[in-house]
Write a protein that binds this ligand. Structure first.
Ligand code: ZN
Length: 502
């Protein structure tokens, strides 16, 4: 067996174990009975440790070094595989095993404490363990190494190649223009009216409608499934097995519809990798930001467009005749594009969403760099919400305790949500140039051209490029906020009557 074949075999075995871990996680969220939690935790820990040990072993490291030495003689695909593996190996072996287990313990304690602290809105109860999380994150950054700020090392884990400095520049532009836009919209004379949504929306009909949406955008049900879970997510085991979950609200159907479109966008990515990359790290998303660009393009740019609801409103009226009596496509479109500053990130509209992210980013950087103390965290949070969103935070449960990420030991993760919006707009601008008939197609419920475009330009690439390279190659520019801000200002200016309709 050649060295490269041996590498592929080894990576395949590791991927098999990781896939089994993923399936156990999926089962935990979707069907496991509550008393299964204890043994499930042990099963996950055992299998993860086996995969980690296999990946970080010295023998494997030597084999990789030998492949790196003969890199120039390899085919392009093999070279890409060696490069990605080499990068992952270097990151994985930076962290001493004692540190990894210590951090895992701190995180599980943080999660337990956070659940209780959030329910009681008791930041003081969470603060001591958050201090330990922060200490671990700083040490992690030291192990991983960085040039400018320790936050760079944390960001790199989620968005390879992007620096804190660059994110800061982009976010300050987003914050300035999005805040100004929200302020203008708040003062508009005729905001969209959503009172027609009031009432009961039957869950089984909602479920059928989400399946229809997924099928229409091209989700392959022979290579995936949808289930229910408390927190919607997507997980892919192979291009032939990608699973999404959704949840339902009895008094409005759009959170389920938009949720399924969002997860569907992630899932099309997972079903769209090159089958030849199967069982290797090349069949993975480039970064969280690029992954999120796929979900947000389908959810927001397509799923909250006028053309989309011109097509689906009649079907919605057939499915929910009582709720939809006399409701026009235009009303649905305007309802889905209401803007209202609010306290909770996951419920935020498209226009205010990034402001929630900017707040978290600025606080994370200040915490990691040590310029903000944990004593001052709630005050800093509330002040930023006042500045950017113009609202008062009544308690920490609806303030700095609302998200799970810090309790999970994740910092540097939040920015990828806003980057997903930014990347989606950049890519979509290019889509509209390449597919001039796109809105007519969407208006007929015809999504194949868009899906195929994404497959060719994004999905098939796998991890062969960095986020910045992909954007550069496809759009002619690295990450830039201009397309997203133009998109928001045009769309919402029109919805709120600040600029004339097209
Ligand atoms: Zn997502």
């Amino acid at each position: 067996m050649s060295r490269i074949e041996a590498l592929r075999q080894r990576l395949g075995e590791i991927k098999d174990i990781q896939t089994a871990v993923g399936l156990l996680h999926w089962d935990q969220e979707v069907c496991m009975p509550p008393r299964g939690a204890d043994t499930r935790g042990r099963q996950l820990a055992t299998l993860s440790a086996i995969a980690h040990r296999k990946f970080t072993s010295e023998v494997f490291g030597h084999a990789l070094d030998e492949l790196v030495a003969e890199r120039d003689a390899l085919s392009e695909d093999d070279r890409a595989l060696v490069d990605v593996t080499r990068y992952d190996y270097a990151r994985a072996t930076c962290l001493p095993e004692e540190f990894v287990s210590e951090f895992a313990l701190v995180r599980s304690e943080a999660y337990e404490t956070w659940t209780r602290a959030r329910t009681a809105s008791d930041y003081a109860a969470f603060k001591p363990v958050l201090a330990r999380v922060l200490d671990c994150l700083r040490r992690k950054a030291d192990y991983l190494g960085y040039e400018d700020t320790p936050y760079d090392a944390l960001l790199e884990s989620h968005e390879r190649g992007l620096t804190t400095r660059r994110v800061r520049e982009m976010f300050s532009e987003l914050a300035t223009r999005q805040s100004a836009l929200v302020e203008r919209l708040q003062a508009a004379p005729a905001p969209p009216d959503a009172s027609w949504v009031d009432g009961a929306w039957e869950e089984s009909a909602q479920w059928e409608f989400t399946l229809r949406l997924l099928r229409d955008i091209g989700f392959d049900f022979d290579a995936g499934r949808q289930d229910r879970s408390v927190h919607p997510f997507t997980i892919d085991f192979a291009t032939g097995d990608v699973r999404v979950t959704t949840r339902f609200s009895p008094d409005e159907p759009f959170s389920a519809f938009m949720g399924s479109l969002h997860e569907g966008g992630h899932a099309l990515y997972g079903q769209g990798f090159d089958p030849a990359d199967e069982r290797t790290p090349l069949a993975e998303g480039i970064s969280l930001g690029i992954h999120e660009s796929q979900s947000r393009m389908w959810e927001n740019m397509v799923g909250r467009s006028r053309a989309f609801w011109n097509h689906y409103t009649p079907l919605l009226a057939k499915t929910f005749p009582e709720n939809m009596e006399g409701v026009t496509p235009e009303q649905v479109y305007r309802t889905l594009n209401r803007v209202q500053p609010s306290l909770i990130r996951v419920e935020a509209d498209e226009c205010t969403y990034n402001l929630h992210i900017v707040i978290r980013f600025e606080i994370e950087v200040a915490l990691v760099e040590g310029t903000l103390s944990l004593d001052d965290l709630p005050g800093a949070w509330n002040a930023k919400v006042r500045d950017y969103l113009g609202i008062e935070v009544p308690d920490d449960a609806r303030g700095c305790l609302q998200d799970i990420h810090w309790a999970h030991g994740s910092m540097g993760y939040f920015p990828t949500y806003a980057l997903g919006n930014v990347y989606a707009a950049q890519l979509f601008e290019r889509v509209l140039q390449d597919l001039p008939g796109l809105w007519d197609q969407v208006g007929r419920g015809e999504f194949t051209p868009l899906r195929e475009w994404l497959r060719d330009h994004v999905h098939r690439v796998g991890r062969r490029k960095l986020p910045e390279e992909l954007l550069q190659d496809v759009t002619g520019s690295g990450p830039t906020v201009e397309p997203y801000l133009n998109y928001l200002e045009t769309k919402f200016g029109e919805v709120y009557g600040l600029t004339p309709a097209p």
